[in-house]
Ligand binder design. Structure first.
Ligand code: AMP
Ligand code: GLY
Length: 418
C-alpha cells in the first residue's frame, strides 16, 4: 500500500485524488494545499518545492502534480534528484506548455499539424506583419498567463491592439516578451489527452471544454466553464489520426530531442474539414476535462501513473472506460473571470451519490461551513447512459446547490448532442 500526495487545489486535483483513493493499492491521499472538499489537506503551496519534497519523503508518498506552474518550475526534477517518486514531465519537457514559442517551433520542425505562424519580439515588425496578411490572426503571449495570454482577432485593428497590450503595455509581464501571430482556424475544438511514459502514449477518453463565460460561447475566455466526455467531435478515425500524427509524433520527437515526455500530454485540437490542428499543448490534465474523464475511468489510475514513472506503460492493457457519458458543470461566483465576491456560504452540497459528484475548486471549510474562496467554485459532475441523461443529472444536482452569487452556464454538453 502506498500514500499519494496530490499537488494543487482545483477541481482537477479533487477529481484526481478521488479516483486515486479508490485504488486498492492506496492507503492515504494527501492534498497540498487542497480545498474545502478534499481530505487530508497539507498547508503547503505548490510553489514550495522543498517543503513538498520533505513532506513526501517523511510520509513516503508518490506525488502527482495537477497544475502547470510547479511543472514549469521543475518540481519533477527536484523530486527526482532527491530520489522521490513523482508523476509528470520534467521542466524541459514541460516547455511544450510553458513556452508557446518553443512548442510552435517544435511542432514545425517535427511536422505536427498546427496553424501557420510567425514569432516577434518587437511591436513595429509585428504590426507590419499583421497589416500585411489577408487572414485573421490570433495573438499569443509566449509564456504562462493562466489561460489569458491568447487574443483571438477579427481584423488587423484587433491584432494591433493585442500586440500593443502584450509587447508595449506588457500586460502579461515577462510571459509576453515574445509573441506568436498565428492564423486563426475556424473549426470545432476538442481536447485529446494521453498518458505517456517517455516512449508510449495511451489515450484517455476524449472530451470537450466550454471556455467562454456565457451560453452559446459568448463573452471572455475562462479557465473552463464545463466539459463532457466522450465527445462526438473526435470519432474513431480522427482519434487514430490524432494519436498517430500528434501524440505519438510528439512523444517520439521529445525522446529524440533528449527530453522524454512523461505524464499527461494534453493537445488542444481544432478540427477543420475533418483535419486536426494543434492549438496548444498542455503538460498536464485539463481542468475541467479531468472531472468527467475521471468518473468514466474504469481502470486503476494508479497502475498507469506508476507505469508512466517506470516507463512500463506498454506492459499494461489499454485504459478501459465506462460506456456512459459524463458532464461537469462548473459553478462560479458572478464576476469571474474578473473580480468576484468571496466568503459566501454554500448550501445544499449533500452527499456524493452513485451518479453525481461535487468536485470542489475555490472553496474553504471554516467552522463546519463551506465558503467560496475562488472564481471557479465547484464542478458538479454526473454520469448518464446518454449525454442528454448525463446533462439532466448534472443540472438536477446543480439546482440543489446555492450561494448568493452562484452562476453557471446552462448549455454545458449541448454541443455534443448531434
Ligand atoms: P490556447 O491557449 O493557445 O489553446 O488558446 C486559447 C483559446 O484560443 C483556444 O482554446 C481557442 O479557442 C483559441 N485559439 C487559439 N489558437 C487559435 C487559432 N489558431 N485559431 C482559432 N482559435 C484559436
Ligand atoms: N480546460 C483547459 C485547460 O485545462 O487548459
Amino acid at each position: 500500500m502506498i500514500n499519494v500526495l496530490v499537488v494543487g487545489s482545483g477541481g482537477r486535483e479533487h477529481a484526481l485524488g478521488w479516483k486515486i483513493s479508490s485504488s486498492p493499492k492506496v492507503k492515504k491521499v494527501y492534498h497540498a494545499p487542497g480545498n474545502g472538499g478534499t481530505l487530508n489537506n497539507v498547508d503547503i503551496g505548490p510553489d514550495k518545492m522543498d517543503l513538498l519534497a520533505k513532506f513526501a519523503s517523511e510520509n513516503k508518498c508518490l506525488t502527482v502534480v495537477g497544475p502547470e506552474v510547479p511543472l514549469a518550475a521543475g518540481i519533477v526534477d527536484v523530486f527526482t534528484q532527491k530520489g522521490l517518486e513523482i508523476f509528470g514531465p520534467t521542466r524541459q519537457a514541460a516547455q511544450l506548455e510553458s513556452s508557446k514559442v518553443w512548442a510552435k517551433n517544435f511542432m514545425k520542425r517535427n511536422g505536427i499539424p498546427t496553424a501557420r505562424f510567425e514569432i516577434f519580439d518587437d511591436a513595429v515588425s509585428a504590426k507590419e506583419y499583421a497589416k500585411s496578411v489577408d487572414f485573421p490572426l490570433v495573438v499569443k503571449a509566449d509564456g504562462l498567463a493562466a489561460g489569458k495570454g491568447v487574443i483571438v482577432c477579427n481584423d488587423s485593428k484587433d491584432a494591433v491592439s493585442a500586440i500593443d497590450k502584450i509587447l508595449v503595455e506588457k500586460s502579461f509581464g515577462d510571459a509576453g516578451l515574445r509573441i506568436i501571430l498565428e492564423e486563426r482556424i475556424d473549426g470545432v475544438e476538442a481536447s485529446y489527452i494521453a498518458i505517456c511514459d517517455g516512449n508510449t502514449a495511451y489515450p484517455m477518453a476524449t472530451s470537450q471544454d466550454h471556455k467562454r463565460i456565457y451560453d452559446n460561447d459568448m463573452g471572455p475566455n475562462t479557465g473552463g466553464m464545463g466539459a463532457y466526455s466522450p465527445t462526438p467531435v473526435i470519432d474513431d478515425t480522427l482519434s487514430e489520426n490524432i494519436q498517430k500524427n500528434v501524440i505519438e509524433k510528439t512523444v517520439s520527437a521529445m525522446k529524440k530531442e533528449g527530453m522524454p515526455f512523461k505524464g499527461f500530454l494534453y493537445a488542444g485540437i481544432m478540427v477543420k474539414d475533418g483535419k486536426p490542428y494543434v492549438l496548444e499543448f498542455n503538460a498536464r490534465m485539463g481542468d475541467p476535462e479531468c472531472q468527467p474523464i475521471m468518473v468514466r475511468m474504469e481502470s486503476d489510475l494508479v497502475d498507469y501513473i506508476q507505469a508512466s514513472i517506470n516507463g512500463t506503460l506498454s506492459c499494461l492493457p489499454k485504459i478501459s472506460w465506462k460506456r456512459q457519458s459524463a458532464v461537469c458543470v462548473v459553478l462560479v461566483s458572478k464576476g469571474y473571470p474578473d473580480s468576484y465576491p468571496k466568503g459566501e456560504e454554500i448550501l445544499g452540497l449533500g452527499d456524493t451519490d452513485a451518479n453525481s459528484y461535487v468536485f470542489h475548486a475555490g472553496t474553504s471549510r471554516v467552522d463546519g461551513k463551506v465558503l467560496t474562496s475562488g472564481g471557479r467554485v465547484l464542478g458538479v459532475t454526473a454520469l448518464g447512459d446518454t449525454l442528454q441523461e448525463a446533462i439532466s443529472n448534472a443540472y438536477s444536482r446543480v439546482a440543489q446547490i446555492s450561494w448568493p452569487s452562484k452562476y453557471c452556464r446552462t448549455d454545458i454538453g449541448k454541443k455534443g448532442l448531434w
